[in-house]
Each structure stands twice: as structure tokens, then as C-alpha cells.
Design a protein around this ligand. Structure first.
Ligand code: GLN
Length: 538
């Protein structure tokens, strides 16, 4: 097993996740079976209880793990299916060590950060890196490990120490340390400044890790002088100083690193498969898409792209398939509650409307109005999770005449509970207790748009994350009025997909299709939205 550890310095948000994913792509291009691990030094057990506002979206895995959004980057770039254990947090490690202490596993010993926490981190990495993750069922041969945060943070210190020790456990020749840093440009002649990188590398080396490769974020390519200076001051070979400058699209990042010789530094042959030519084609295609297509995204963290990262990626993947340039028009749902608000003009001008998942009642009435607008004006609509629920509420209110129909999430005393709390969900514990992860949906009809989009299969497995569901007692009444629940769970009771009869594309899914979309295999419900929005026959 070869390990590539990606750490970061100077600033957060430098694109460590994209760098780690790109390295994964290059390892794959060398014909290696790849997996990836993200280390998050916070105390939460997982990202499930963290606000998307503060931390970006919660990425859901097949096994129901609620993980950091970087796991989504790895899955999309490297076409993997990861597990909850691929996201290590301080919370998980400490829980495990404390549990072992209570069991008496360390009887007689003082339990300490070194060696107990650091050993536990290393054991965890070794075990998880062996889990097949690429669908082959075979053990991976290379594992990318991304260390969250920036070097020097108090929180990440035990992990850095664990990784320092790990190089002796696995052998120095089997591990490569990549450090991502920033090279800012200053002054009238645009001088590339190396000092921040020098400092962060000094700090990393002080902790016992000497980077083999530097990846420097910069506006433009690093000059020869900058590379040489960094090499001299940071104890790396000049050939191992990579510049990660701005590129036209994200698919160029692995290509850019390859062109600078990172494969030699990693001692791999990136031409062993057809992956690089495929990425080149994709990158070119993304740079040459046709006319704009406007999708209105009606949410509550608008503008914060990280909060809806997988939804945005899925829309992009689908836009490549229809060869159009995606423009997302962000609409703050609560603005639609004012009929005069200019966001109404944006909504009316859109080619398609998407209401993504969400929790809590802010903006709910605005989302309901957006669903109504799409339904009554034949505008293509995709409702995801909460987006399915608000469309159902809208239908109950305005088609079935159920005044004040609502979800019990927003109005416990609604006279018409269109959406209700699922019986099996915990009322006392919020962490990891939703209906989570991959679950089957069975199609209930022989023919419908969404089934065609899924290539006519009878069953699909998609990932879930919710506490509420469409009230099963109302399903018959709703269906009689034309909103058909074409997909249900394995019991045949729980609603998973609806489709409105006679509408160009009015689809709701209780699951989150965005977590399984891939650049070359767009998620079917998103593809349907983009096809309908561009007037294509489904
Ligand atoms: N809040 C809703 C529920 O818990 C929707 C969740 C979501 O959109 N992920 O069912």
C-alpha cells in the first residue's frame, strides 16, 4: 500500500480537497486501485450535527455515514464509494480510546495522547485503507489521506504526530507527504512571495514531517526563480514544487499537476490507463459548452456554494450532457414570500427550478410558492427531499383544498399533516439517527419519465437523510388528483419519488440523488431537469 498524505498551511480554503482528489485521479491513471481518507480534527463524531452554513454540506455515504464534503470530492473525482470510517475525526478517535479504557483494555496503564491516541489513528488508517472502495471488491493499492485544518493548529497536532510515526510503520518509501500552501503576489511588478510557504514548511518540519512535494496555490504559474527559492528554503527538489494556479475548470487540476511532473515525484506512470485522455476530453468539453441555461435554486443558504456543493456539481454534470453552460440563479426562499420582491423576476426567467434539501422552517412558504409556480406554469421542477415535501404540501393545499396543510416539522398542529415524522426516528438524539444512507426504491409503474431516465430499471439505490415523510394515509387522495408516487421504498408504503401527470417535468425525490452523480455519469433526476429545461424529450 502506498500512502499520499496531503496537509495544508497558511490559510484554509486553498483547495486541499481538490488537490487530494486530483492526486487520487493520477494514482488511478497509473492503474492503481485507490481509496481516500479525510481527517477532520474537530470533536464532533461526524459532520451530521454541523450547520451547512458554518461547515458546508453534509455529505451522505452509502452506509449512512454523514461526512465532510471532501468525501464527495473524492467520490466524484476518483469514482469511489466510501464508508463512514473513511472520515476520521477527533471525536471518533477519542470515543474509541475512552471506550477501550472503560473496557479495561489498557488496564494498569496511564492512557495518553501518545501513544494511545496516536496508535489508534494509525490503526484506523491502516484498517480503512484496506477496505475496497472502487467497486472492484479488491483491496486498494494506494490511499490518499487529507489532513483537515492547517499545520500548526492545536487540534491537528495529535494527527500530525500519528502521521509522523506512521512513516516508520509503513516504511518511508511507501509514503509521500504533499503540502499545499499559498504563494501570494505583491507589489507593482507582481512578485510571487515565498515567505508564507517557507514558514509553514518550517513548522511542518519542526513537527517531524518533511514534505516531498509542495503544491502552491497562486494566481499564475510559479516562475522558475520562485520554484528554486522554495526548493532551497523548504528542503524539496525543484522538480517537486508544483504550482496550482488558476485554471478554466476543475478537471484541469490533475492535468496541470501531471504536466509539472508530479507523477515522477510520486513515482507512478500516469499513462498506464486511458484516464488522462478522458480527463483531457472532459476538460475541453467543459470549456466549450453551448448557450446558457438558467436553473433557479430556491434555498436558504444561497450564495454559499459549499452548502449545496453536491447539488451544484450534479447540475454541472447534467449540463455537460446537454452541452449547455449552467447558470445557477440563487433565490433566497424567504424573499419569495413578498410578491413584489425582485427574486420573483429571476424565478420567472429561469428555465428550470430546483428546491434542494433542508431543515427548519425559514423560507418554507417561499419554497411552497416556488413549487406552485413551477406546477401551474409548466416549468421543469426538481424537488429534493424537503423539495419533494414542500411540493406535496403545495399540492394538498392548492389542488386538494386542504387549507393550512403542512409538515408537522413546521406546524405540529396543522389540520392536514401532509408530511409527518417517521415513526422509527429518535425524538431525543439528533446525531446519526435520521433515515440515512443507501436504500432501495422500487418503481410502482411500468412507464414514467423518471424510470426512463434510470434506463428502465425496476429498482434504484440512492442515499437518504431525512426524518419526515409524505403522510402514507394521503397518498391515494393525492394520486387520484394526478401527483403519482411512482417510486416507493421496499415496504411499498413510503413515498420515494413523485411525478406529476401532464407536466413536462415535475419530479420530487425523497432521497438525495446528488450524492451519486459523477462527471461522466450524471444523476438521472438532474439530467431530467436539464433535459426538460432545454426542451429535450425525455
Ligand atoms: N427536514 C426534512 C426531513 O427531515 C427534509 C430533510 C432534507 O431535506 N434532507 O425530512
Amino acid at each position: 500500500m502506498k500512502y499520499v498524505v496531503v496537509s495544508g498551511g497558511v490559510l484554509s480554503g486553498l483547495g486541499k480537497g481538490v488537490t487530494a482528489s486530483s492526486i487520487g485521479v493520477l494514482l488511478k491513471s497509473a492503474g492503481l486501485r485507490v481509496t481516500a481518507i479525510k481527517i477532520d480534527p474537530y470533536l464532533n463524531s461526524d459532520a451530521g450535527t454541523m450547520s451547512p452554513f458554518e461547515h458546508g454540506e453534509v455529505f451522505v455515504l452509502d452506509d449512512g455515514g454523514e461526512a465532510d464534503l471532501d468525501l464527495g470530492n473524492y467520490e466524484r473525482f476518483c469514482d469511489l464509494n466510501l464508508f463512514r470510517d473513511n472520515n476520521i475525526t477527533t471525536g471518533k478517535i477519542y470515543s474509541r480510546v475512552i471506550e477501550a479504557e472503560r473496557r479495561g483494555d489498557y488496564l494498569g496503564k496511564t492512557v495518553q495522547v501518545i501513544p494511545h491516541i496516536t496508535d489508534s489513528v494509525q490503526d484506523w488508517i491502516e484498517n480503512v485503507s484496506k477496505q475496497p472502495a472502487d467497486g472492484s471488491g479488491l483491496e486498494p493499492e494506494a490511499c490518499v489521506i487529507e489532513l483537515g485544518g492547517t499545520v500548526g493548529d492545536i487540534e491537528s497536532a495529535p494527527f500530525i504526530e500519528a502521521l509522523r510515526q506512521f512513516q516508520f510503520r509503513v516504511g518511508r518509501e511507501n509514503i509521500c507527504f504533499v503540502h499545499v500552501s499559498l504563494v501570494p503576489v505583491m507589489g507593482p511588478v507582481g512578485e510571487q512571495k515565498t515567505k508564507p510557504t517557507q514558514h509553514t514548511v518550517k513548522e511542518l518540519r519542526g513537527l517531524g514531517i518533511s514534505p516531498d512535494v509542495l503544491v502552491c496555490r497562486s494566481q499564475s504559474p510559479l516562475t522558475k526563480e520562485t520554484r528554486e527559492k522554495l526548493a532551497a528554503f523548504c528542503h524539496v527538489s525543484p522538480n517537486s514544487v508544483m504550482s496550482a494556479h488558476d485554471v478554466s475548470n476543475i478537471y484541469r487540476v490533475p492535468l496541470m499537476l501531471k504536466d509539472q511532473g508530479i507523477c515522477q515525484a510520486l513515482e507512478i506512470n500516469c499513462n498506464a490507463t486511458d484516464l488522462i485522455p478522458r480527463w483531457e476530453k472532459m476538460a475541453d468539453r467543459v470549456d466549450n459548452l453551448g448557450q446558457d441555461i438558467h436553473i433557479a435554486m430556491v434555498g436558504k443558504y444561497t450564495g454559499l456554494t459549499d452548502s449545496y456543493l453536491s447539488v451544484i456539481k450534479s447540475l454541472q454534470h447534467a449540463s455537460y450532457s446537454v452541452n449547455r453552460t449552467l447558470v445557477i440563479d440563487w433565490i433566497e426562499a424567504s424573499n419569495l414570500e413578498n410578491q413584489e420582491h425582485e427574486d420573483w423576476n429571476t424565478l420567472r426567467a429561469a428555465n428550470g427550478i430546483l428546491v434542494p434539501g433542508g431543515f427548519g422552517d425559514r423560507g418554507i412558504e417561499g419554497k411552497i410558492l416556488a413549487a406552485e409556480y413551477a406546477r401551474t406554469n409548466n416549468i421543469p421542477y426538481l424537488g429534493i427531499c424537503l423539495g419533494l415535501q414542500v411540493a406535496t404540501i403545495e399540492f394538498c393545499r392548492n389542488v386538494l383544498g386542504m387549507e393550512n396543510a403542512n409538515s408537522t416539522e413546521f406546524d405540529e398542529n396543522t389540520p392536514h399533516p401532509a408530511v409527518i415524522f417517521m415513526p422509527e426516528i429518535s425524538k431525543t438524539h439528533l446525531g446519526g439517527t435520521m433515515r440515512l444512507g443507501s436504500r432501495p426504491t422500487n418503481f410502482q409503474v411500468n412507464e414514467c419519465m423518471i424510470k426512463r431516465l434510470y434506463n428502465g430499471v425496476e429498482q434504484v439505490d440512492e442515499r437518504h437523510r431525512h426524518r419526515y415523510e409524505v403522510n402514507p394515509d394521503l397518498i391515494k387522495q393525492i394520486e387520484d388528483a394526478g401527483l403519482i408516487f411512482v417510486g416507493k421504498d421496499e415496504t411499498g408504503q413510503r413515498c420515494e419519488i413523485f411525478e406529476l401527470e401532464g407536466h413536462p417535468y415535475y419530479v420530487g425525490v425523497q432521497y438525495h440523488p446528488e450524492f451519486k452523480s459523477r462527471p461522466e455519469r450524471p444523476s438521472p433526476p438532474f439530467l431530467g431537469l436539464l433535459m426538460a429545461a432545454t426542451g429535450k424529450q425525455i
